[in-house]
Design a protein around this ligand. Sequence first.
Ligand SMILES: *Cc1c(COP(=O)(O)O)cnc(C)c1O
Length: 372
Amino acid sequence: MTERITRPYNFSAGPAAMPVEVLQQAAADMLNWQGSGMGVMEMSHRGKAFMSIIESAERDLRELLAVPPHFRILFMQGGGLAENAIVPLNLSRGGAVDFVITGSWSQKSAEEARKYANVHIAASNEGQAHTTLPAPATWRLSSDAQYVHLCSNETIHGVEFHALPDLNALGCQAPLVIDFSSHVASRPVDWSRVGLAFGGAQKNLGPAGLTLVVVREDLLGHALKACPTAFDYKTVADNASMFNTPPTYAIYVAGLTFQWLKRQTEGDLSGVAAMERRNIAKAALLYDFIDSSQLYLNTVDKACRSRMNIPFFLRDESRNEAFLAGAQAAGLLQLKGHKSLGGMRASIYNAMPLEGVQALVDHMRQFEKTQA
Ligand SMILES: *Cc1c(COP(=O)(O)O)cnc(C)c1O
């Protein structure tokens, strides 16, 4: 029996709130994992106990995200930013690569890739202040691109691809690379449209320090000579993510999160499909309130608003500090917006219950009344 505890609602963009059951399980296992006499951080990564932990984590994740057999799941380190280099080191073959710019994260990815490849910007929403998504039919894809990169959920600007582009239908044979750091496991993934997906764990999967890579098998084995051995996807895959010591504790906690996700249901749905239904309801609650209010504003095109990261602004920005102080006092934490945009941002990942979003809306309504 786990004790029911109440905590403040934490809207951090990342590292972000974790399901309380996961934290309780990790706490219970801290000194003695399943009678082994050891905590998970104290175990050899090659011992039987940890091998069973990493194998279950990989199996559960494959089942949750319905990852097809011809994709490999890699547990790496370095975060999303390291992948901005590791992807071109492995996939670019030193040639041309296409980027779709939709916000700060795809921009950062393109800048880093320039060190290793010939970067071509196929489309950009910079002219619209990153508040819309350029329609795939308008993308100027290169005929010789080794891959096409996009960020499927822009954590700072709050724009999300609700469908991944079908590159084949656009006459492009290159694999699609997605940075899904901030919405992985919030919804199903259409793997038929993806060559490689990567994401840091600290938004929606577990602690910082673990990076998830899901890569189609035929994309392994093409790394540039300069690629560090530990970052060569083929080396990592051939060694079942054990070429060097993996982030063992982060993998274990992510594994607990995968088990938690498998237990989640919404009506007839379970797992990630259940999370999607719940996440749609959570996001609708907040966006509908913002759109109906006279005080708050979200400028993102309704067709591509993120379900995970919701930036919002007060029409009177001089009230930001008062809003945030009141939120903090009401047990609503880490709502300050990213420094590049200002204002507020509510990150409502899988671990945020509907009640947390309702508490935020209640606070926003209350605050609006005091501003009349
Ligand atoms: C947080 C984030 C990253 C950065 O990840 P690090 O682990 O800090 O390197 C990259 N991409 C997206 C979309 C993110 O949200």
